[in-house]
Design a protein. Sequence first.
Length: 575
Amino acid sequence: MLGQDKLKKILTTTKSISPKEIELYASEAQKRNQTLEDYLDSQKILNQEQLYQIVAQYYNLPFTNLKNETIRKDILFLIPEPIAATHKIIAFDKSDTELKVATLDPDDLQILEFLGKKSGLNISPFVTSPDNLNEALKNYHKGLKAEFQELTKSDDTSSNGNGTKLTELAHDLPVIRIVDTLLEYAILESASDIHIEPTEKQVVVRYRVDGVLRNVMTLPKSIHAGVVARIKILSNLKLDEHRLPQDSRFKVKTNEYEVSFRVSIIPTYDGEKIVLRALNEKTGVLTLEQLGFQKEPLEGIKRNIKKPHGLVLATGPTGSGKTTTLYAILNILNRPEVNITTIEDPIEYRMQGLNQSQVNPKIGYTFASGLRAFLRQDPNIIMVGEIRDQETAEISIHAALTGHLVLSTLHTNDAPTTLPRLSEMGVPAFLVASTCNVIIAQRLVRKLCQDCIESYTLSKAELAKLEKEINFESILEMLENNNLITKKQDKGSLLFYRGQGCKKCGNSGYKGRIGIYEVLEVTSEIGDLILKGAAAKQIQATAKSQGMLTIMEDGFIKAKTGITTIEEVLRVTKD
């Protein structure tokens, strides 16, 4: 990553951005705790590729897109991995006299001179982008299967005896390498969860990538006890406890990443099953725009979070990105003149300027007791990780009523269902009507891989299936209203997108995830319906008449514009 002073000089010299604009962007970046480079990328002023092409122009060097290069292993290993990772440099091509290297910093002349002496070749430097370089660095790692065959072929750690033997197992070198490799590959694959599941004869390892679990490895049953013991040592859990569930966490930190793993161990018939949830602590908080909100719903959210008090709710199933949405909102609200306090289980993101507190039910520190304490701390804004019970709901509503802006999450299928749910939890309807500002229901869909995306026309069979499963006519009407199809367009000529599957997305056709949303503003009309005890369907009909997009409609807009697929939208929205 380029330093700020160097980046300013490059942009000024190449006349890519005026000095006045550079200073403005640098000031905005500082306010958001971002580097100038990250700010330019996040605000879509200059993406990584464009920025590093300008860097190449400044140094009068060629730019290379390493994603299009197939790098031979013998060339790659001319630069050892620790040097490549530290100096951000990759060898990607060579001839009898020349070695081509891609770098982020052409000013690092010392490393270029060292490589010239070491290889005995003329070094031809190219500039590449950080994403390109990080993708290329993955080439150093052998396939997971090959790695584990090597690690397990001489290993026989079948003992499952007492605490002393387990301690020895946990410090056994092959076991340490197996666990380290499992964690490292999960981080490289951007997995959100690792499942280590014992069966009768083997151990199945699965990663959840982009919300979908996939098998990555089967290991010999003999190493299971050692792997469990090693993870227990890392997370400071009881080694000799095999009958009760245990929970803890540990952190893995290198120059490239800082990942916190939340550990859950439960006893099963074939042994202890482990699930590790990975939380990347270096990942910055995303903006609402990056999360995928459409223009009008986004304006509705921004309008409602400006109110000094009231309730802002994010709803959806577990793992649908609710907390991420609330943090994006907190990022907007986080200013020196306001006091923001959060109570979470667990703290998933660390953010400067926030007073973050974690619940601990073992000592009686719950959401409800924490909330009561917060109200004596003179807060302006409170975030409650989740409204789970009547007590937490009542305290949250009363806090919203007495001059606080309260943000929280709730488990409901859509936004309109949330309002009757609060009443079912024992909160009086008049309080729900007068405190709720906005409700955001959401799901996460996988994004199409942009390297293998292709368009296709809906077939008659696909059309018939859609018409049978959903109200497709209303979807078409909504697409017309959003100018994505024309009125006269024949159903048989509807164009959508899918991924063919390629090396870069693991042949899945998808890479990354984005939210689909339903944003319900509690207007006076909606408030009246709540007071009358109206059903969710009636609330939804009124909200739609006021311009609300349903989750499915938002999904179809994203499917029509090549962000995701119809299959993904139906997978996450069909109850």
